[in-house]
Ligand binder design. Sequence first.
Ligand SMILES: [Zn+2]
Length: 75
Amino acid sequence: MRSPCPSCGSVETGPSFTFKWEQTETEVIATDPFFLCSGCGHSWQVEGRLVLSRHSDPDDKAAAESYAKRLTELS
Ligand SMILES: [Zn+2]
């Protein structure tokens, strides 16, 4: 999911923070994540579910899980 910056329109954006995430058999999903623009530094919340990982590989899943945990710790 790419979400263009609502402030400057840049597409150089990425998820920066989430309050909530969940894990299924094959996916790690962030709920209502915040995005950060690398162009202007603006941050905003995107309502919806962002799939951080969709793999069956346990290593990838662990990586996505630690990524999701890191997102929740960046408060
Ligand atoms: Zn921006």
